[in-house]
Design a binder for this molecule. Structure first.
Ligand code: SF4
Length: 318
């Protein structure tokens, strides 16, 4: 409602995955409660501000989190990424200017409105201000969702909030399937902010943290990442639509047949995905794969030809 008031919108859409029925029910009840108290609708409390909220149960597709795909989905169209420009703020839902934000972003607005922007900016680091929600998976002794100030050492998150691991973990996959693969020895080098992760070759993303067990083969994990991308690809651009399938085939073959992946070919595939994909799904998958190739080279070496060296990543690569 605050965002709607600021940009002059009279209508808001809450787009919630249908697989999270509790979230849908909670929000629907909140909207109904607000309506019954006269806090939504025409001329709210005599203010002249009109605002209404519609709750939409989202389709179960990862790519529907991409803003243009999300809008197409709400319009009832095939959820396929749209080329930008125009950006949604120029031409969004049904061609109208639309502000698309994650609920975590919008949840900051009441604090900023009541305490002021300077108070908000005083939290976190100079460039990554405010706080971040972090979710820890069942590898941790204390799994759950935590809110920390930006700039908090990752080791504090792992040891103090998470209580450490209850099983042996070799890497953390941070920021979703397209986020970086952080080997556990790099944990002390990182703080929870966008700059620290970028400078170290990772990506904070939405800051979910998944522990990869010591005994889980990294090659199988990488195959899963390609399979995930292939399954979730919207199919709009060739690098992602075809490249994700080819990546999975190569890694599957290397595990099941007497076959080793050509590292030059594999590097070409990653570079094509990075440079040619229209959105962050195809463009993002090379990051964790490259992290794994760098930090788990010994474990992965039986699956790659050693006679050919992959060309170094071009200086202008994304
Ligand atoms: S990168 Fe993948 S998900 Fe994104 S537009 Fe291309 S095909 Fe669609």
């Amino acid at each position: 409602m605050i965002a709607g008031y600021v940009v002059g919108a009279a209508y808001g859409v809450m787009y919630i995955r249908a697989e999270y029925p509790e979230s849908v029910a909670i929000i629907e009840k909140a909207v109904a409660d607000m309506k019954s108290q006269g806090l939504l609708g025409e001329g709210i409390k005599g203010s002249g501000f009109h605002f209404d909220i519609k709750v939409i149960k989202a389709r179960g597709a990862y790519i529907c989190g991409e803003e243009t795909d999300l809008l197409a989905s709400i319009e009832g169209q095939r959820p396929e990424v749209r080329v930008r420009p125009p950006y949604p703020a120029q031409s969004g839902l049904f061609g109208k200017p639309t502000v698309v934000n994650n609920v975590e972003t919008l949840a900051n607005l009441p604090y900023i409105l009541t305490q002021g922007g300077e108070a908000y900016a005083a939290m976190g680091t100079q460039k990554s201000t405010g706080t971040k929600l972090i979710s820890l998976d069942s590898s941790f002794r204390n799994p759950g969702v935590y809110e920390v100030s930006m700039g908090t050492p990752l080791s504090v998150v792992v040891e103090e909030l998470g209580g450490g691991f209850h099983r042996e973990v070799k890497a953390l996959h941070i920021g979703g399937p397209l986020g970086g693969l952080v080997p556990v020895q790099k944990i002390p080098d990182l703080t929870v902010d966008f700059e620290s992760f970028a400078q170290n070759g990772f990506m904070l993303g939405h800051a979910s943290i998944i522990g990869i067990p010591e005994e889980f083969p990294m090659i199988a994990y990488l195959e899963h990442l390609f399979a995930f991308t292939a399954h979730e690809s919207c199919g709009k651009c060739f690098p992602c639509r075809l490249g994700s399938v080819r990546g999975q085939e190569l890694l599957h073959k290397a595990q099941t047949e007497s076959y080793q992946v050509d590292p030059v070919l594999f590097n070409d595939l990653l570079t094509t995905l990075e440079k040619g994909s229209l959105c962050a799904l195809g463009g993002g998958i090379p990051l964790p794969v490259r992290n794994a190739l760098q930090y788990f080279a010994e474990e992965l070496s039986p699956y790659f030809q050693s006679s050919r060296q992959a060309a170094p990543k071009p200086a202008n690569a994304i």
